[in-house]
Write a protein that binds this ligand. Sequence first.
Ligand code: PLP
Length: 388
Amino acid sequence: MKLAQRMSRLGTETAFEVLAKAQSLEARGKSIIHLEIGEPDFETPSNIAEAGRQAIFDGFTSYNPSPGYEDLRAILAEEITKTRRVNAKEQNIIVTPGGKPVMFFAIMALIETGDEVLYPNPGFPIYESMIEFCGGTAVAMQLHGDKDFNINIEEVREQIGPRTKLMIINSPNNPCGSTIGDSELEALSELAKENDLMVLSDEIYIRFLYEGVHQSISTFPDMLDRTIILDGFSKTYAMTGWRIGYGLFPDQLVEPISRLVTNSVSCTASFTQKAAIEAITGPQHDSARMVNEFRKRRDIVVKGLNRIDGIECSVPQGAFYAFPNVEGTGMSSSEFADKLLEESGVAVLSGESFGRFGTGFVRISFANSVDNLSEALIRIEKFLKAGA
Ligand code: PLP
């Protein structure tokens, strides 16, 4: 069988591969601590699960409009208006099966062969994969590991050319946990306007912010018309398997993106959308408790990592990942991740899975219990001592 050429340009998310490898070691009796996967280790709050169950029995089991139910779209527009302080309208919301399809559809709708797209590196691997798949050229916007993973605006300015069409940003960021400061965001918004760029702002970790207040690029003057805001329920409400996310799109993109939804998945599951209404309008204490718990774990993990010789970890401002530099151990990041899994049963991801500027780092998800995280820190220390 001969695959279409474009498939050679489609990447993947290493987290799923490492998970499979770790599970196979587990099946052979090895004790594994899973710090590789980016998913809250909490159950979906019971009020949300109950709303979903009830919706199935109430008959919300058939197709619904491609952009989503109107009541949910109205609630999501209100939510964005409240959390981003912009005037979001119901008709600009499109509901999708997870936040990921927002990336997929936005890049499909906007990028022609040869168009250039700026994206964060280290960053969520699907950005680069989708850009290349759609025939675009992925231009890595470096998050500088020696500067708390900040963007250098002058560097970005130099990277913009006549073919640059889209800029992807992600704050709080996966894998670094960094956020983009207000002045950098404003400078990026100016660059977008001066160069007529669209912006895809991935704000899926907005609730997982441990310092400061979330600022969306869409709030800067004249930015709402050129910004796509991506958000979802996977992280905030521990709903990864329900598959629901959404985008706020500028007017001109609403019809084309809805058409992409119709052509691919038809619509997002009906009962999932009803559960999502409960998620937003119901009590928020479970979600708030989860974020507080993550803050506590972040502090334990960062402190513990910085105590280990050869590892240096900056403090993540948001999301639920630590991204320590392991160059001081004398191992490359992939050697570190591979050996740590095989010898000590701790699954982490090598920084290169997040792009070339992730070299020298590993990603540690702290979506795991304090007991497991503490045990992982002990294992990492022993592992390094044994190799020394
Ligand atoms: N954006 C970022 C930065 C992510 O880390 C993820 C998931 O890991 C997503 C988007 C998509 O999540 P989902 O499709 O489950 O909503």
